[in-house]
Structures are given as C-alpha cells and as structure tokens.
Ligand binder design. Structure first.
Ligand code: HEC
Length: 299
C-alpha cells in the first residue's frame, strides 16, 4: 500500500472513531448547572425525597421503615453508589422506577414509593431530578430486605390492586409553569400531598373522590388534617397564609408545623420551604379550587 493510501485509510479510521465516540462523549457529559438546579428544585418540591433518609443520617441512603397491611419494607438507597444504590442504573431505569414502580430486573416496587403519583411528573422534571440524584454523595449501605406477610402479595394481589383501585396521575406534555395549573401539578404529581392528606378506602388506595380531606390515621400513625376548603372541617387560611406555612412552617395562630409536615417543609437537601413564593401561592390557589369535603379530623 502506498503512503497516500495508508494516510487516507488512517484518516478514514480517525473520522469513523470520532463520529462514533462523539455522541457517546456528549451524553456522558456532566449536566449543566441549570439542569442540576432544576433537579434540586423538583427534589425539594417532593419534600426532599425524605422517605429515603432516616432523620440525621446520610441523605438518600434509605433504610427508613414502613409498615403496611402487607408487611414491612425499608426505603431504598437512592444515592449514586454503584453497588448498593442506583449508580449502576441508566437514567431511563431510574425514571422507570420513579414513575412506573419497576426495577431494572422487572420487579415491582411496593407503592409506599408513590409511583402512581410521580407518574404525573413531566419528562423534563424527571430527567433533571435524576441528574440531581446522581450529584449527591454516594453512600454504601445495603438495603434491608422487606418482609411481606401476605402470600402472593407481589405476584397476584399488587398487580390486581394497581389495575383496579390505584388512581394514577398521567404525565403532562410539559410541566405547567404558572397559576392554578402549576399548583395542581405540584400538589398532585410532585409534592404528593394526597399520599398523606387523602383518606384511604378499605383497599388502602387513596380515595380521590375525597381528595385531601384528611386522614385520621395517615403514614407513620400521623393525624393528617383536612385541607379542602370545607367551611367547618377544612382549611380556612388565606392564600397568603398557606403560602407562608409551606415556606416556613409557621401557622397563622403562631403554632408551627410538626411531625411529617415539618419534615416535608424542611426537606433534606431541599424541601417545600425552597419553593418560590409564586409556586407556594400557586399551590394555595389550587387548594381553594378543590371540592370542599366535610370530614372532621381530630377533636
Ligand atoms: C408526609 C406526609 C405529608 C405530606 C406529603 C404533606 N403533608 Fe401537610 N400535613 C401533614 C401532617 C402530619 C400535618 C399535621 C402537622 C401538625 O400537626 O403540625 C399536615 C398539616 C398541613 C397543613 C396545616 C393544616 C392545619 O389545619 O393545621 C397544611 C395547610 C398542609 N399540611 C398542606 C399540605 C400541602 C399543600 C401539601 C403538599 C404540597 C402537604 N401538606 C403535604 C402531612 C403531610
């Protein structure tokens, strides 16, 4: 082969290599600061994914215990540790677990992780959230095995229950950016207010015909108030007061948010308190539009 031919072949190979590897390099590139900030904001809007953090322990490392009628589960390690966390998963796999409740091996998540709610998140918000999760320090901590006490719970009961009873949010083409629609999106699909504030039916599915009407025996045995605009048993605060509460935990009567509500407001690396005033007001505006339901919680 002549020198020229060899050089031409060399060039062709170089060209090919760069064509193949450039897109790969681009996709492995670190997310932009704006993408990370958006992800952190969404993370805060969920209440800081707080179920995945045992208070005062490493953020997102999991291990928090949840008891249900089916048995006991522990939250997963969602730090980017490759062995015990989600560091070895692709973005798509993390998104599928978050919104559809499926692990890469096809296994179903117990819906303590509110995937029927997070299914309503926009694709862009989920992508940004995943980028943010990858930026949190990895923690090596193996997940404690769950103890399911109901026979065939995961193979038979859970799929049937999901199909028949569990209300599922549907994803918007893009996240609404302002007004009541924004408030509705945050409440229903991101902040998952209904997981605690909506009463449950006999099957333990949230009863969305009584959306946010309170739960005398909510998660972790909390008494969760009715926040529908019902005149006698619901929330009577002004929009401004609701927005202030979500930002600070301060109630109009001088009391402060306690228990689980205090946790989601404070969050972990971010929480409801980090929502913009506009978003907190949008949530308050939306709460004024939902069906008032008479349901007395507490004395
Ligand atoms: C993890 C469970 C949980 C989530 C999620 C949650 N809340 Fe709460 N919320 C509670 C509990 C528990 C209380 C009672 C707090 C207390 O006793 O101080 C409460 C109290 C409140 C109150 C005070 C009502 C009153 O009459 O004192 C408001 C308003 C409220 N929540 C709004 C919301 C909104 C809006 C969202 C979603 C953006 C939300 N909550 C998400 C558990 C939750």
């Amino acid at each position: 082969m002549g020198v020229l031919a060899r050089r031409a072949r060399h060039l062709a190979v170089l060209l090919l290599v760069s064509l193949v590897s450039l897109p790969a390099l681009a996709s492995a590139q670190a997310p932009s600061a704006a993408e990370l900030a958006r992800g952190k904001y969404i993370f805060g809007a969920t209440g800081g994914c707080g179920c995945h953090t045992v208070p005062k322990q490493p953020v997102n490392a999991g291990g928090r215990r949840y008891d249900g009628p089916y048995g006991t589960v522990y939250s997963s390690n969602i730090t980017p540790d490759r062995e015990t966390g989600i560091g070895g998963w692709t973005d798509e796999q993390i998104i599928t677990a978050t919104r559809l409740g499926r692990r890469p091996n096809g296994e179903r998540l117990i819906p303590v992780h509110p995937y029927t709610v997070f299914n309503g998140m926009s694709a862009d918000d989920l992508k940004a959230l995943v980028a943010f999760l990858r930026s949190v320090p990895p923690v090596k901590q193996a997940k404690q095995p769950k103890k399911i006490s109901v026979p065939m719970f995961e193979s038979v009961f859970l799929p049937a229950w999901l199909a028949a009873f569990a209300p599922r949010e549907s994803p918007p083409t893009s996240a609404p950016t302002s007004g009541v629609a924004r408030g509705e999106y945050l409440v229903r699909a991101v902040a998952h207010c209904g997981e605690c504030h909506t009463p449950r039916t006999m099957t333990m599915a949230t009863d969305n015909t009584r959306f946010l009407a309170g739960n005398p025996k909510g998660p972790e045995e909390s008494e969760v108030p009715n926040i529908t605009p019902d005149k006698t048993t619901g929330l009577q605060w002004s929009e401004e007061e609701i927005a202030d509460y979500l930002g600070s935990g301060n109630k109009p009567d001088g009391d402060v948010a306690g228990g689980l509500m205090g946790e989601v407001i404070e969050g972990t690396l971010a929480g409801y308190k980090d929502l913009t005033k506009a978003d907190r007001l949008a949530i308050a505006q939306y709460l004024k539009t939902i069906l008032p339901i008479k349901n007395k919680i507490g004395k």
